[in-house]
Design a protein around this ligand. Structure first.
Ligand code: ADP
Ligand code: MG
Length: 719
């Protein structure tokens, strides 16, 4: 007999076979557990009347307030007209606002009459207001209906009679079932106690039917903690292995090549951030453990130089370095840059890509194996099994989000001793997220741009400003500069995408007839694409019209204008990445976001963040708040191997840190929980102290990990 939680949902009072089918097909609710963990997406609090003075915080549930309107006024004209009502609870005032049905509402509401208003209070400039509150006459005989959840109900469900009320009833039947008392705690009781968490059975009840706002907060915190605790434990139980079991080369000396370069060749002063990061890398490479480090730095922050100088450390210690880029064009650019730096100090650099000729390829393979090549730059061609290194000491991977984790792992296995790994990315992932996504990767940040860069001037413009934009492009072209014009990739409608792109291309050719325009999009054959890109890189084409397939990291310092069409279709982080393609020289550059005049105020506000800051971290954080981390470019491909149901990485940084700390303590106290074949690293002074669990508690953790991550064990091993 299945336990309570695993009982088929059709056996719940009020469900039956037909409704069970609907629940399964619409919300994937098949068991009691599924229903229990199908939390409300918001709450309404009709348990009592609130006063305006007691409201606090900016994430309040919808709630009710008793009082009177003291005045009404209409503001604005035509479509923008709104009705404002000043509502008093006898002590304080709050504004209520209506944007539609204004005449009707103004006609039906009166001042000086007792009403109950119900809605979600919004906090703006230290004052609360309600938009389109429900208003009803105060009826002292009407009992409060409580604090309830609101559930998502799909259109199909609605047609079959499902409502939020029905969902509430079903959940309530679940709690009324005597079997509910058998639901067991899924966290060790030591942790529940130690972190003052709400026990599971209470928390579940409070999630659906909170007693009050405080209880709901505690319940939510418990559910989030649990979710993040297991994610962290899962990552750590594999990665604690790395420090102790994967030895790395020890690079003892800073030698002749590094110093020769630093004192005689380095064409500029390193920024403070570059120096700091190089020190961090140097410290890692001395420990005897394999380094696994993520280097984040905004576009143009000078990551390539850090990579190169780190590879010199390898070369000085009798090892080789490899720099792997996601595309041929990028690899070629890196190769050319590195040759310029390496030649004066007698370091041999070669390039290996898919289009390297067979004879040359053979020669390179041999020279890598013999150790004649110090640094190899390339694409995926580097990870083929035929490529053998004499002693690969450091593998640098540029623009990581194009490489799968599996490919990274193949890079490691090239030696008997795993090379140090440095992953470079311009995608500014907030630290809390990086920690969760990459687990044990150490993170270094270059948070400073080389001096003398002029920040890119960012403008938000509309179709009605087209001529102004054309004038700006024209004047930059006359000064000899190059221009990108980028269109969004509309996956769900590729035909439309191609059409607007082609029209844009045509229009551009007509507007600037004396300049060569190149054209790049995703449906092109790779060879044609490369050819078009190359025209631009070499400066033959002065304008590039493209979809976002344009390569990350391509460096054309002469490009000074980036026009982004239909900018509202892009995420902020993506806009930031695109903007980074310009502003690489010393002259003034421009990024022009083309928006729709009619776009919603919210969209305009979102885009205007771009005109206000060039700080990639701020932008990424704003982006995560707006869109949620699941959408973030870079995290998708790098594979968050888990779905978060209640926690939100953008907001729950504190809970995440706590969860990680506790997970670490638990694993330290219970080595039996480590993944098979893994042993714990020695504790360092800053580590949290171990929490030994009872056998029963350890069994809970082991079984939860197994259930939750049944399918992602491989991922962890190589991440
Ligand atoms: P990214 O971090 O985007 O990969 P790059 O490594 O391509 O940036 O560097 C962008 C440009 O800045 C390059 O032309 C590089 O030579 C230059 N650069 C890097 N570091 C410095 C520095 N400390 N001072 C001046 N210019 C620098
Ligand atoms: Mg780069």
């Amino acid at each position: 007999m299945p336990g309570f939680l695993d009982t088929d949902i059709k056996f719940l009072k009020g469900v039956g076979a037909t409704r069970a089918k609907t629940l399964a097909s619409e919300l994937e609710i098949a068991t009691f557990r599924d229903l229990l963990f199908n939390f409300p997406f918001r709450h309404i609090d009709r348990s009592r009347f609130y006063t305006i003075g007691e409201l606090s915080g900016d994430d309040l549930p919808a709630l009710q307030i008793k009082g009177r309107f003291i005045s009404f006024s209409k503001e604005g004209e035509g479509a923008k007209q709104r009705l404002s009502g000043i509502f008093s609870d006898g002590r304080k005032l709050m504004e209520c606002v209506w944007f539609s049905k204004i005449q009707y509402i103004a006609g039906s509401l009166k001042t000086g009459v007792d009403y109950v208003i119900f809605g979600k209070p919004n906090l703006f400039r230290n004052a609360y207001s309600m938009v389109h509150p429900e208003v009803e006459a105060y009826d002292p005989s009407k009992p409060p209906t409580g604090f309830r959840g609101v559930y998502s109900v799909t259109e199909t469900m609605r047609k079959k009679g499902f409502t939020t009320r029905l969902m509430q009833n079903l959940v309530s039947n679940l709690f009324a079932n005597t079997g509910y008392a058998t639901v067991e705690e899924t966290l060790p009781e030591e942790i529940v106690r130690w972190c003052s968490l709400m026990p599971l059975r209470d928390a579940l009840r409070q999630m659906h039917f909170p007693d009050n706002a405080h209880a709901l907060r505690k319940a939510t915190e418990r559910m989030k903690f649990e979710e993040l605790f297991y994610v962290e434990a899962h990552i750590l139980r594999f990665s604690m292995e790395r420090g102790s079991r994967i030895p790395g080369y020890v690079f003892r000396t800073i030698g002749e090549k590094f110093n020769g370069f630093y004192f005689n060749v380095l064409p500029f002063e390193l920024t403070g951030a570059q120096k700091r990061v190089l020190k961090e890398i140097r410290a890692d490479m001395k420990t005897g453990r394999q380094m696994n480090r993520l280097l984040q730095g905004d576009v143009g922050s000078g990551k390539t130089m850090v990579a190169f100088m780190s590879m010199l450390m390898a070369v000085d210690n009798g090892c080789q370095g490899a720099l792997m880029a996601p595309t041929e064009i990028l690899a070629t650019q890196h190769y050319e840059t590195l040759c310029g730096w390496a030649a004066p100090i007698g370091v041999r650099v070669e390039l290996l890509t898919g289009s390297t000729r067979a004879a040359k390829r053979k020669e390179i393979h041999a020279a890598l194996e013999s150790g004649d090549i110090d640094i190899i730059v390339g694409t995926h061609a580097l990870i083929e099994d035929t490529v053998v290194f004499r002693r690969l000491g450091l593998a640098v991977i540029d623009e990581q989000h194009r490489f799968g984790v599996a490919q990274r792992a193949r890079m490691w296995r090239k030696n008997s001793v795993a090379p140090h790994v440095l992953v470079m990315t311009a995608t500014p992932i907030p630290r809390t997220l990086a920690m969760t996504v990459y687990g044990d990767l150490e993170v270094s940040v270059i948070d400073e741009l080389p001096p003398g860069r002029k920040p890119v001037t960012t403008l938000l413009r509309y179709d009605t400003n087209r001529h102004e934009v054309d004038r700006l492009i024209g004047s930059q072209l006359r000064e000899g500069r190059q221009v990108y014009i980028v269109y969004p990739l509309i996956e769900e409608n590729e035909k439309l995408e191609l059409k607007s792109l082609e029209e844009g291309y045509k229009r551009t050719c007509e507007t600037f007839p004396s300049y060569r325009v190149c054209f790049v999009h995703g449906r092109m054959k790779p060879a044609e694409k490369d050819h078009q890109m190359d025209l631009f890189v070499r400066g033959e084409a002065r304008i590039m019209v493209a979809t976002t397939v344009i390569e990350v990291g391509v460096n054309v310092p002469n490009a000074s204008v980036m026009v982004i069409e239909n900018a509202e279709r892009f995420g902020l982080s993506q806009l930031h990445q695109l903007r980074g393609r310009v502003g690489r020289g010393a002259d003034q550059s421009y990024c022009i976001l083309m928006g729709k005049v009619k776009a919603a105020a919210e969209t305009k506000k979102r885009l205007s963040i771009m005109t206000e800051t060039t700080d990639g971290f701020l932008i990424s954080e704003a982006d995560m708040k707006i869109r949620g981390p699941g959408d973030m470019e870079g995290t998708q491909q790098s594979g968050l191997a888990f779905n978060l149901r209640v926690a939100d990485l953008a907001r729950d940084g504190q809970i995440l840190s706590k969860a990680r700390e506790v997970a670490l303590s638990v694993l330290r106290g219970n080595p039996g929980l480590l993944a098979p074949g893994c042993t714990a690293t020695e504790a360092s002074p800053g580590d949290p102290s171990p929490i030994p669990l009872t056998a029963r508690s350890a069994a809970i953790v082991a079984s939860e990990l197994k259930v939750r991550f049944a399918r992602s064990e491989d991922w962890s091993r190589i991440s």
